[in-house]
Design a protein around this ligand. Structure first.
Ligand code: ADP
Ligand code: MG
Length: 270
C-alpha cells in the first residue's frame, strides 16, 4: 500500500508554516532564468502560491546524490483545484528547457492531461511565459501574439516549439506538428499512444514528464495507456505527478513509475 510513500510526505499546513519550512520563497529567490522571472512579473504572477513554493525549488534542484541522471528528483504534488499547480510544473519546465528551440534534442518535455480543453489551457500558459525569452536576448524577432492559432508557435525558429497532441485535431495536422521537431508535447494519453503506434513517434529524448490532473487521468480509464507510455520513456527522465486527490490507484502508479518521489501535500485550504 501507499504507506511508504506517504511516510515521506512533507505536509504544509498553513501559510506561516509553509514559509518557515520553505525558507520564505519568492520567485526571485528561486534562481530562475532572468527572462522567466521577468515573464512571470509581466504576466502578473508576483508571488508563488503555497504549492509553487513547496515544489518549484525541489523540481529545479539537481543534487549530485540523486542517482546521477542530472534531471532532478521525481515529485508527487497534491493540492486542491485552483491552487496553482500549472505553474508549479511549468516554471521548472521552462527554466530547464531554457525557453529556446533545440534543433538537436527532439522533444524534451511531455505533459499528459486528461482533456483537450486542459491541453489548450496549459499550452496557453506555457507559451505566454516562454514568450519572454524571445523578447529578451539577441535582438531576436518579436513573434506575433496569436493564441488562437495553434500552429503559429511551430513556425518561428528561435522560440520553444509546442505540440498539441489531442483528440479532435486532424491527423494531418498532427503529423505536421510532430514533423516540426517540437520541444514540448502536451498530450492526451489516447492520442499520444495513437501517434506512438502510427508514426513510430519516439519518446527517447524526453527528460521531463508531467502527469497533470492525474486523478482525472485515472478516472477516465487511461491507466493502461499511461503504463504503456511510461515504458517508452527513458529511465533517466524526471517524472512529476500533480493531482487534487491521491487515491490508492494513483499511489500505486506513482510507486511503479516514479523514482523515490518527494511527496508534497497541501491539505488545508490556503
Ligand atoms: P490548479 O491547476 O491547481 O487547479 P491553476 O494552475 O489552474 O490551478 O491556477 C489557478 C489560477 O491561479 C489561474 O487563474 C492562475 O493564473 C492563477 N495563479 C497561479 N499561480 C499564480 C501566482 N503565483 N500568482 C497569481 N495567480 C496565480
Ligand atoms: Mg490544474
Amino acid at each position: 500500500d501507499g504507506k511508504e510513500l506517504l511516510k515521506k510526505t512533507s505536509k504544509v499546513k498553513g501559510k506561516g508554516k509553509a514559509k518557515a519550512e520553505m525558507g520564505g520563497g519568492s520567485f526571485q529567490s528561486m534562481g530562475l532564468h532572468p527572462s522567466l522571472l521577468r515573464s512571470l512579473t509581466v504576466r502578473g504572477y508576483r508571488t508563488p502560491t503555497p504549492i509553487q513554493r513547496a515544489t518549484i525549488p525541489s523540481l529545479l534542484s539537481t543534487p549530485s546524490t540523486s542517482g546521477g541522471s542530472g534531471n532532478g528528483r521525481d515529485l508527487v504534488g497534491m493540492a486542491r483545484t485552483g491552487s496553482g499547480k500549472t505553474l508549479a510544473y511549468m516554471v521548472p519546465l521552462l527554466h530547464k528547457l531554457g525557453g529556446r528551440h533545440s534543433v538537436i534534442h527532439g522533444a524534451r518535455a511531455l505533459i499528459l492531461v486528461p482533456s483537450r480543453e486542459l491541453a489548450v489551457q496549459v499550452l496557453k500558459v506555457g507559451r505566454e511565459l516562454a514568450r519572454g525569452w524571445r523578447d529578451a536576448g539577441e535582438g531576436g524577432k518579436h513573434e506575433p501574439e496569436g493564441d488562437d492559432d495553434m500552429m503559429a508557435e511551430t513556425r518561428g525558429t528561435g522560440g520553444l516549439r509546442w505540440a498539441l497532441v489531442v483528440g479532435g485535431e486532424g491527423m494531418d495536422e498532427q503529423f505536421e506538428t510532430m514533423a516540426n521537431n517540437p520541444d514540448v508535447i502536451i498530450a492526451t494519453p489516447g492520442r499520444l499512444l495513437h501517434l506512438l503506434v502510427e508514426m513510430s513517434l519516439s519518446l527517447s529524448t524526453i527528460q521531463y514528464v508531467v502527469f497533470d490532473e492525474a486523478d482525472r487521468l485515472f478516472e477516465m480509464g487511461f491507466s493502461q495507456h499511461l503504463t504503456t507510455i511510461l515504458e517508452k520513456l527513458p529511465s533517466t527522465r524526471q517524472t512529476v505527478l500533480f493531482s487534487a486527490t491521491l487515491p490508492k490507484t494513483l499511489v500505486d502508479f506513482a510507486k511503479a513509475g516514479l523514482q523515490d518521489p518527494k511527496l508534497v501535500r497541501l491539505d488545508s485550504e490556503i
